[in-house]
Design a protein around this ligand. Sequence first.
Ligand code: NI
Length: 195
Amino acid sequence: MPSLQIINYPHPTLRHPSKPLKKVDRTLRTWIEEMFELMYQAKGIGLAANQVDLPFQLFVINPEGDRDSGQEMVFINPVLKTPKGSSQAEEGCLSLPGVYGQVARSEQIHVTGFDLQGNPIDLVAKGLLARVIQHEFDHLQGTLFIDRMEASDRRLLSDRLYEFELELQTRQESGTIPDNQTIKKRIETLENQYC
Ligand code: NI
């Protein structure tokens, strides 16, 4: 089994709405361990499954971004409800390295779902934790933080985004990233196995 890699914008899996997981097996547990490892290596605090090309409603978080000090959380089939308040802050994303921008999020959010052991999650999150959960939840719907930026802010990033687009094209032409049809087939295979 090849190890996972973080995929960058505009890889099509980042735009694919993820499906709920119906089972957790040994392979999935290994993938989740790898997701934490990749997240720490990239100095992130959250990573969604479709950022490693897995089309599942699953994300991992450690708000400290440090294996030794923070709390590792795994969210499976998360649902967000009763958003409260609003706050503006700068965000980045491991699938858009070097890109940052102001994003408005709910200040507080109620999240339900399941952890890796199958225990129900029922959590009211505030501040940074609420922001990370909303950012990762967005990934599962195929939404990126740049979609939520003010149009005027996003325009300032257009050259950089174009570079990402050219890079994907180049990598698909050279074969280091599969073509769109192959990516789509792989997603279908994984969904048939796990969803
Ligand atoms: Ni992200």
